[in-house]
Design a protein around this ligand. Sequence first.
Ligand SMILES: Cc1cc2nc3c(=O)[nH]c(=O)nc-3n(C[C@H](O)[C@H](O)[C@H](O)COP(=O)(O)OP(=O)(O)OC[C@H]3O[C@@H](n4cnc5c(N)ncnc54)[C@H](O)[C@@H]3O)c2cc1C
Length: 490
Amino acid sequence: MRQIQSPKRPSSSNASVRNGAAMTLEPTEAIIEKALSGAKIFPLWLDHPDRPSPQPKLRGVIPADLAIVGGGFTGLWAAIQAKEQDPSCEIVLIEAGEIAFGASGRPGGIVSTSIMHGLKNAVRVFPDDVGELERLGQENLDGFRDTIDRYAIDADFEWNGEMTVAVNDRELPELREEFDLHRKYGHDVEWLDAEAVRRHLNCPDFVGGMWSHERSGTVHPAKLAWGLKAAAISLGVKIFEHTRMDELRPIGAGLRVRTESGEITAHRVFLATNAWGAKQKKVKRRIMAMRDHVLATEPLTDEQLARIGWTERQGIYDTRTELNYLRLTKDNRIVFGGSVGYAFGNDLEPASDEEISTYYALARDFFRKFPALTDVRISHVWGGPIDYCLRYSMYFEPLHGGRAVYVGGYTGFGVSGTRFGARIGLALLKGEKAPELELDIVRKKPAMIPPEPFRWIGARITLAVLKDVDTKGGWRLWWIRFVNFLGYPI
Ligand SMILES: Cc1cc2nc3c(=O)[nH]c(=O)nc-3n(C[C@H](O)[C@H](O)[C@H](O)COP(=O)(O)OP(=O)(O)OC[C@H]3O[C@@H](n4cnc5c(N)ncnc54)[C@H](O)[C@@H]3O)c2cc1C
């Protein structure tokens, strides 16, 4: 596990204000440097004494009714739901690394109702199905909570809702529209003006907000994944870790999953490989493997916490174009994320994850939001894979004539949605005829994303623009509008 020794300053000026609306103070380089010094480059969530030892590697040939590839939330939810539906079903789950070493052990851990990356996105993508998608999202979250209770999974849940905050007067009308939309679909939401929002969280950036009280909160994602793993094992699922699928081939009426030291012969295969889908022949046309980056502070003292308020402890998203998300952990650390990158060729282990400059910018954003916390140290920084697709929500790709299915595309919003994705993926594998399988979310696929090098060039320009669009505006706003016009939502 690497640590940041002496962070090298990327060149930048120490402007004193930005953001005409909020007049935020710019943190000095010395503050950022001191805070980052000694931080571990490793996910806070996985750096935990409860981390279970891995299951053995697969050796030899093993038959299965269902093989699941990928040990994140999607794969674990698929395993549990398949076993609950049919306890006699023989299920084998393989994971290339260890359980939760992908996105599931690295998120902000804000749990939401939506299976569509938010209500606004549902309206954008499937306007005719919004009511039904909302209902399914609520049903999914209720089922999610029931399962957690049934298996007594201790994952530091706090059901305190989520708050979306505007960081600029320009964004208030749009947030207000979102608020009205939430009301229209029956959400228990509260509008907060600048003063009210700052009473919740003393952050000079915030000029207004919407607090959604119900069916959302925060979780320790790795503890959730480990709890789901234990539940799956208790149901009889065979899990093999450090076992990568190298090849998937039809064999007779089923499929063969080949790994380095063994193979699974299975009737059906569920690919729960998230951003790694960008390496899969058919899926890569619609999925792009991006990275997002996160930092976690050391636990705040009561006095430090009192400086910023946050007594309701909601998960928070802001309306920056490259959004920041933030939440408190059980031991009162702040987890703060939102600095997206893309490495050529859908690289899932990019060198930039180890580069200090990646976290320097994120830390600067953190201190801009929390000028009252300049004495707080950062304990962990990390990057994680985002399975970006153009509709920002899960999609389903049947493969090998329906004997296999890939489920992914959550685009960084899948802590609870993965349960729904797993349920639908299983129904497709079984050839069920449920009404939700007729919805466009299941029947339609997201638009294609250009291949390399266009993918990389487009991402480079857009990501560079995103860094400054909210503060500098100008031609950057036009670029974002142009990219949106081309059908790439930002
Ligand atoms: C930085 C970050 C912040 C996020 N914040 C939030 C948030 O606050 N709220 C929210 O709802 N969502 C959030 N998300 C998204 C959420 O974490 C994901 O949508 C969710 O974890 C996806 O789960 P998954 O099981 O589909 O994928 P993963 O957890 O990535 O699992 C895929 C697994 O497949 C394995 N695999 C890949 N290829 C193979 C192979 N060939 N053989 C065997 N195994 C293989 C990988 O090792 C990996 O473990 C965030 C994501 C990131 C990265």
